[in-house]
Design a protein around this ligand. Sequence first.
Ligand code: FES
Length: 155
Amino acid sequence: MVELKMPQKEVIIKVIKNQPSKTHTVLSSLLAVSNEFHYIPKNSIQLIAEYTKKTVNDVWGVASFYTNFRFTPPGKSTLDVCWGPSCHLMGAQKLLKDVHKLLGINEEGETDDGKITLRYSTCLGACAHAPVCAIDHKLFGKTSINEIKDRINDI
Ligand code: FES
């Protein structure tokens, strides 16, 4: 498991205070932190609460409402595997099983070495090329576990 090293308080405060928008809200502060660190470090919740004069519960309420916010650092690269209808028909279920085996994980999340984040997608928007995957947002279709393995090795 990757050790979780949170950013320093002073760095987070600087990010919160330097938001480009004129109005600083809980949501805009969460977005600023997420844009900077690619996740919401737990220690930033208290700092955002203090800065916006809200409670920690208020900040958690907003942060946990939006599924795009994550609370652990992502892997260095992201592998999206589509399991939407077209991809499902073209073998995404088996592909996903093979990806789990390849990465040594059983669900979405980070590999033990922190190199890859696996995410499931309900449609990557290239259904005609099913089954579709993406590494760091670069799509590739009509794929196979061997191609995924090669692309991951190339990272
Ligand atoms: S269902 Fe997989 S790309 Fe649309």
